[in-house]
Design a protein around this ligand. Structure first.
Ligand SMILES: [Zn+2]
Length: 201
């Protein structure tokens, strides 16, 4: 608990320290260096999908895990790497956000993510939903917590919604971010090869 407080003191809520030094080239480097960054989240989602009809609450837990992994590891962590002079500083902050699950820092990063990707998770609506994706994710996390900590069950509809949220993050939003910085995907692997774009794939 003390460590989380210390982190918040280092990075004020406006996060201007992080914003000032953002470099898109470092964002690209992160994805080139970690081409399989979305793989773990994809695997969790695939298993969650298999369990949808038999055990919806297990399905919901895995789908929510997939969404969280995507946001932290494949979207916000790269943004942190794009925000520091040195890789070690970016690594440090990424470790903090991933291991501490510091929600305040996560929230502080969302405007930075929006500024550099054009996608604001606080206002973005997935197809077929009138509720912003960030709010939907928060609601499904609440259900997940009641499953894990109080043994509650989940309906098919709730699990199906968790899968649709994860689908939107892992496929639609992740792909948009990758393409915005001039990269592309081969299945789930990030590629920066220009020859592919010229038809030499
Ligand atoms: Zn390629």
């Amino acid at each position: 608990m003390e460590r989380s407080i210390a982190v918040c003191q280092v990075f004020p809520t406006d996060s201007e320290i992080i914003v000032e030094d953002f470099r898109e080239v470092r964002l690209r480097e992160f994805y080139i260096d970690h081409p399989e960054v979305i793989r773990v989240a994809k695997n969790a989602l695939a298993e969650g999908r298999v369990l949808l009809t038999t055990t919806p609450r297990c399905s919901l837990v895995l789908a929510t895990t997939a969404s969280e992994l995507c946001v932290r590891e494949a979207l916000l962590r790269p943004i942190l790497h794009g925000s520091f002079h040195s890789r070690s500083s970016g690594d440090l902050m990424a470790a903090i956000i991933v291991t501490e699950r510091n929600e305040r820092l996560t929230r502080a990063l969302l405007p930075i993510f929006a500024r550099h990707t054009g996608i604001d998770l606080r206002t973005f609506n997935r197809s077929g939903s009138a509720t912003p994706l960030g709010k939907e994710m928060s609601e499904i996390q609440t259900i997940r917590n009641t499953i894990l900590h109080q043994g509650h069950s989940a309906t098919y509809e709730e699990a199906d919604k968790a899968i649709k949220i994860a689908d939107c993050l892992l496929d639609d939003i992740f792909q948009r971010v990758i393409e915005k910085i001039g990269l592309h995907l081969h299945d789930d692997t990030v590629c920066g090869g220009r020859e592919c774009l010229l038809g030499g794939e």
